[in-house]
Design a protein around this ligand. Structure first.
Ligand SMILES: Cc1cc2nc3c(=O)[nH]c(=O)nc-3n(C[C@H](O)[C@H](O)[C@H](O)COP(=O)(O)OP(=O)(O)OC[C@H]3O[C@@H](n4cnc5c(N)ncnc54)[C@H](O)[C@@H]3O)c2cc1C
Length: 445
């Protein structure tokens, strides 16, 4: 039986990031994966969605070429070709993860892991079963699609996000249930390729935890694409027979059933997640990172967990991360936001807004829809939050994130020189607007 210092279950961003870190420190590491290296993010999440969004954006750009005096026509699109290209990118990136793991001599164990004891795992493949042991075991098994009550995925008509990302023909129409990031992104993509989309959300706004103004603006953008958006919808399946496909993207559930946690009495919360503030579980040598902790459901926070767990176990210091987390939704146009973690504790906030239509670069790019909004603490002038809807919001938000993490004030920001003409100038512009609304503040900008 093979013995390791650390065994990691799941080769998604949480699992493979921690595997590399542990190996860099000289530990003997095994990573067990039942499916493809790279996890949800690489195979059925971030990468495929952003590839398809980019394909949709390319179509939209071509349709706008006449704005520059360039005439163009688009031949009928064979969606299978787009899916093939998406698969190629995913395959290349997955090979990259394999090479990375191999370069650190990390043992890649193919198979499904379950617990036999607190430091013994049973690995099952199609044709064999074997055991490995490890001093420490990290659970990084991620999350899977969750359906709505009384509906089971048949993966033909009632589909999940993974099925949607592998459709080779664009359906005539599709009901999308769930107005979170995944529902919005897939609606925008399929609508661009000619699918008649109805998007239903049970809460009164899309992206229920997001700024209301931003959510309303997203709804407008979806409507401009011809998507029928229905919020506050309590019976999403009222007319289910009308639709060729029903895509259910109403949440995620813990990917834990196959681990046999009851064998070792590994405790979960009511939703079945391994929740904890410092990655520990009720069993002292077993830890949990990434989506399985039921907190963020983002690849980049999962990757950060992968780094933090090594810090905790090797250097015995747990980085209590209070970093602002940027969030992006790839709609048309994209939206993004980032807030100071203490945002809700500030009482005296002023807002400033700058419209894309007033920015030279946005004019040049024919991307006049959208705005940048900032929140500034009136007392300290500290920048507390940035919300962007408009072209390149997905990239611009990283600047905002750095500003907030660095505790920048509007005055600090104004000392930086921004390239002209650039979209980023709007961040500065919106801060100016915030100060203008605030007669007590020095007009330091
Ligand atoms: C459609 C979609 C779009 C998304 N877009 C984005 C985005 O743009 N940006 C972003 O940051 N996040 C995005 N996410 C979320 C992101 O994919 C996840 O947050 C991230 O993948 C979580 O990483 P993880 O390592 O915790 O788990 P996962 O990536 O889910 O990896 C877990 C791995 O564990 C394996 N596994 C599970 N059980 C076992 C077992 N018993 N034995 C062996 N292996 C096992 C699984 O096969 C899987 O490979 C998206 C998700 C979806 C579904």
């Amino acid at each position: 039986m093979c013995k390791y210092d650390v065994a990691i279950i799941g080769a998604g961003p949480a699992g493979y990031t921690s595997a590399v870190r542990f190996a860099q420190l000289g530990l003997k590491v095994a990573i067990i994966e039942k499916d493809k290296l790279g996890g949800t993010c690489l195979n059925s999440g971030c990468i495929p969605t952003k590839f398809l969004w980019q394909a949709a954006k390319t179509k939209q750009k071509i349709l706008k070429s006449l704005e520059y005096g360039i005439k163009s026509t688009i031949e009928p699109i064979n969606f299978q070709d787009i899916i093939n290209r998406k698969n190629k990118i995913v395959e290349n990136l997955s090979k990259g993860v394999q090479k990375l793991l191999e370069s650190y001599n990390i043992e890649i164990v193919k198979g499904k892991a379950s617990f036999k004891s607190s430091n013994q795992l049973v690995i099952k493949t199609d044709n064999e079963e074997f055991e490995i042991t490890a001093d420490k075991i990290i659970v990084a098994t991620g999350s899977i699609s969750k359906s709505i009550p009384n509906v089971q995925f048949d993966h033909i008509k009632y589909i999940d996000s993974t099925d949607a990302l592998n459709l080779t023909v664009i359906p005539k129409n599709m009901l999308v249930i769930g107005g979170g990031a995944i529902g919005i992104e897939l609606s925008s993509i399929f609508a661009t390729f000619g699918c008649d989309i109805t998007l239903r959300e049970i809460f009164p706004q899309l992206l229920p935890n997001e700024d209301l103004e931003l959510a309303q603006e997203i709804a407008k953008g979806l409507s401009r694409q011809g998507i029928k958006v229905e919020v506050g919808c309590s019976d999403a399946l009222q007319d289910e027979n009308k639709f060729e496909k029903i895509l259910i993207v109403a949440g995620r559930q813990a990917s834990i059933d196959e681990l046999n946690v009851s064998n070792i009495n590994l405790q979960t919360d009511k939703r079945n997640y391994l929740v904890s503030d410092d990655y520990s579980t009720n069993i002292k040598n077993i830890f949990a990172i990434g989506d399985i902790t039921g907190k963020c459901f983002l690849a980049y926070t999962a990757g950060q967990d992968g780094i933090n767990i090594v810090e905790k176990l090797i250097n015995h210091k747990i980085e209590k991360s209070n970093d602002p987390i940027p969030k992006v939704v790839f709609s048309f146009p994209p939206v993004a936001s980032v807030k100071d973690c203490e945002f809700d504790n500030y009482q005296n906030i002023v807002y400033g807004k700058f419209l894309f239509s007033a920015n030279a670069r946005a004019q040049i790019e024919f991307e006049r829809t959208g705005w940048v909004k900032v929140a500034v603490d009136k007392d300290s002038e500290k920048i507390l939050g940035v919300w962007i809807i408009g072209a390149n919001a997905d990239e611009l938000i990283n600047i905002a994130s750095v500003m907030i993490k660095a505790n920048m004030t509007v005055c600090d920001l104004s000392k930086n020189i921004f390239f002209h003409p650039s979209l980023a100038e709007m961040i500065l512009g919106s801060c100016e607007q915030a100060l203008n609304k605030c007669p007590d503040l020095p007009k330091s900008i």
